[in-house]
Design a protein around this ligand. Structure first.
Ligand code: R5P
Length: 291
């Protein structure tokens, strides 16, 4: 493949690392905003007959998606034969059904929109719940879904003596199972009922691992509510040394402080979104998709 990599603003570290590792040309795109707030986009590289790989993780997607579409469509217009998106975090996966009359099912709408201008998508642990596979909603010809489970398990093996894993809800079973197997650790899955963005009820099954370290593993920490509720129950059962791990860090400093106050001694995430808590590097996993 004749490839060229473009970084969207804020993704330079991953883009440059991939370009160096894979020996792929870095493309040049000029992006600025006009005084009225509209985008100006200009591609300065020759992209004719090349596959353009756009690097743009899509946390805060509303701010980024329009720009991404402008860049992708312009590359196509300039003769790029394929447009691939590397978005380690894939947004709009949680409103995957209409819970109340009148609601937009944004998972489908977002997927339909993005699918019209992409030929390839590489992402990591998208939030698959009622939708079992991205191809159910994305019609992009090439989709690669990577998993952080092995790297998370490796981190646990190297850093935690006698861990036991806790999955906050039924959905977490898919990754807790694998992490537990690779890390050779026992696990429990909690039952969660969500009443609102910051209102969840979680029951933890009976834990028989006194003396072990609770390791909470989830795909996303956002408001931190799910983990906070579990941490509080763990503290009341005498566990004061819990570790929280998530793939995607959608949380801010205040949430981090809340988690610490609730009883977390460490909060670890993968580098799918740049964040101070990033400890688990998935760059090689992404690079492997292009060998
Ligand atoms: C959803 O069910 C996910 O797997 C996470 O449990 C959820 O997104 C975490 O969100 P929060 O941190 O706001 O509780």
């Amino acid at each position: 493949m004749n490839n060229i990599i473009f970084s969207l603003p804020g993704n330079e570290v991953l883009a440059n690392t991939l370009a160096n590792k894979l020996n792929i040309e870095m493309g040049s795109v000029e992006i600025r905003t006009f005084p009225d707030g509209e985008y100006y986009v200009c591609i300065h590289s020759d992209v004719k007959d090349k596959t353009a790989i756009l690097i743009c993780t899509l946390n805060h997607p509303n701010d980024k998606i329009l720009l991404l579409m402008f860049v992708a469509q312009t590359l196509k217009k300039l003769g790029a034969n394929k447009i691939y998106l590397v978005s380690p975090y894939l947004p709009y996966m949680r409103q995957d059904k209409q819970f109340h009359p009148g609601e937009a099912v944004t998972s489908y709408l977002f997927a339909t929109f993005v699918s019209t201008w992409l030929d390839g998508l590489i992402t990591i642990d998208p939030h698959l719940h009622r939708i079992k596979k991205l191809s159910e909603i994305y019609s992009i010809p090439s989709i690669s879904v990577l998993h952080a489970t092995k790297k998370i398990a490796e981190w646990i093996r190297q850093h935690v003596d006698s861990p036991f894993l806790i999955g906050p809800d039924e959905e977490s079973k898919q990754w807790i199972n694998e992490v537990a197997e690779y890390a050779n650790a026992p696990f429990v899955i909690c039952k969660k009922i969500r009443y609102g963005d910051r209102n969840v009820e979680i029951s933890i099954p009976e834990i028989k691992h006194l003396g072990s370290v609770p390791v909470l593993v989830d795909d996303i920490i956002s408001t931190g509510t799910s983990m906070t509720v579990i941490l509080q129950q763990l503290v009341s059962h005498g566990y004061k040394n819990s570790i929280c791990i998530s793939v995607h860090a959608l949380f801010d400093d205040e949430v981090q402080q809340n988690l610490i106050r609730a009883g977390a001694t460490k909060i670890m995430t993968c580098n799918t979104i740049i964040h101070a808590s990033n400890q688990i590097d998935l760059t090689d996993d992404i690079a492997n998709c292009f060998y």
